[in-house]
Design a protein around this ligand. Structure first.
Ligand SMILES: NC(=O)c1ccc[n+]([C@@H]2O[C@H](COP(=O)([O-])OP(=O)(O)OC[C@H]3O[C@@H](n4cnc5c(N)ncnc54)[C@H](OP(=O)(O)O)[C@@H]3O)[C@@H](O)[C@H]2O)c1
Length: 338
């Protein structure tokens, strides 16, 4: 079988396709014939050696994909050969609170990833795909979709009429916009270009703010929210955006700290307003299988389709990563088996 791996060093120039024997599932495991994958910003960090600098090479990247159960190992129950399933980002985070064992099962960094024609995983680490989704569409949910779901409805309990602030038009943020609108929330979103702003509007964003050359976009978000500010920030920027998102959020509101897109060593956010405004700073790490099941129930009822920007063939994985790195995408960048 063909497998993409990072070999000989970090950086996209070290991505190469290799031939490996097909894996055989052991007790409690299944072998998937992969149909599709989706890329996350995290995968770029892994490839550049910025996520896990001590990572042992060669390393197979990527966490999110969909495949058909080809072989079920001894003792596997509840999954049928031929069934279409999605990978769980942390196969061992099945339910309950996050713990260290679950964290260390994260695919594509802590353990080898899935950018391979066949993949063996524990049976509890995959989840049946809603039938209305294509394999490519379903591959977008395990990390980006579930992170947005967890942020809005598990770590917080957002109610109709409340307001969220999202940053940019990447995978997590667009899922947050889509989920929020379906749940009756108001959305204030930021982005960099009029084209991307039009896309946000087409998804139902109530207000769009341009963050480039706009040092007070957080204050603007607060004014647009009315009252004392937004209820929840889907904070994918980190240190470089936190000063503004602290401005935007209302006293007693929540900043869900998800990403570090705007990590900037020179920027030292002022933490004082966090206590003066009694803000809840909530770290988010994707979500559990139980959360994934609840998200799938909502997806089935909403019949929600993800925003897929581009789909690359399996042979063109380096082009897919280059496109993601360009930041030109809106929503998800995916890969499809040939
Ligand atoms: N904690 C978790 O569980 C979790 C899960 C998934 C992702 N993440 C993290 O969340 C972040 C987003 O991930 P993703 O996969 O959604 O990324 P993505 O699809 O690559 O989205 C990136 C988008 O964010 C916007 N952006 C980039 N730099 C920015 C900046 N300095 N300030 C504001 N917006 C900026 C841009 O949109 P515009 O051009 O429209 O501005 C860009 O297209 C990453 O840091 C990722 O590692 C964390």
């Amino acid at each position: 079988m063909n497998v993409w791996m990072l070999d000989g060093g970090f950086g996209p120039q070290h991505l190469r396709k290799a031939l490996r024997p097909e894996p055989t599932p052991g007790p409690g495991e299944i072998c998937l014939r992969m149909e599709s994958w989706s890329l996350n910003y995290r995968d770029l960090l892994v490839i550049h050696g910025r996520y896990h600098p001590g990572l042992k090479l060669p390393h197979v990247p990527c966490s999110d994909g969909v495949g058909i159960v080809e072989v079920a190992g001894p003792g596997v129950e509840g999954l049928q050969v031929g069934q279409r399933v999605a990978t769980c980002f942390m196969p061992d985070w099945t339910y309950g609170p996050l713990n260290d064992a679950a964290r260390s099962s994260a695919l594509g960094a802590e353990v080898p990833g899935i950018l391979s024609e066949y993949v063996v995983l524990p049976a509890h680490g995959v989840i049946p795909v809603p039938e209305y989704l294509t394999a490519v569409e379903a591959a977008t949910y395990p990390c980006a979709g579930l992170t947005a779901w967890n942020t809005l409805f598990e770590a917080s309990s957002m109610k109709p009429g409340q307001t969220i602030l999202t940053l940019g038009t990447g995978g997590v943020s667009l899922f947050a916009v889509q989920f929020a609108k379906l749940a009756g929330l108001r959305v204030i979103a930021t982005t960099g270009t009029p084209e991307k702003a039009a896309h946000l509007k087409s998804l139902g964003a109530d207000h769009v703010i341009f963050h480039h050359d706009n040092p007070v976009w957080g204050q603007q978000a607060k004014e647009l929210a009315g009252g004392d500010g937004v209820d929840l920030v889907v904070e994918v920027g980190g240190a470089g955006t936190l000063d503004q998102t602290i401005q935007a959020v209302r006293p007693g509101g929540t900043i869900a700290l998800i990403g570090l897109l705007a990590q900037n060593a020179k920027n030292n956010p002022n933490l004082l307003p966090i206590l003066m405004k009694a803000i809840r700073l909530q770290g988010i790490f994707v979500g559990s299988r139980a959360m994934f099941e609840r998200m799938n129930l909502a997806l089935e009822s909403w019949r929600l389709k993800p925003v897929v920007d581009k789909v690359f063939p399996f042979d063109e994985v380096p082009h897919a990563f280059a496109y993601l790195a360009s930041g030109k995408h809106v929503g998800k960048v995916c890969i499809q088996a040939i």
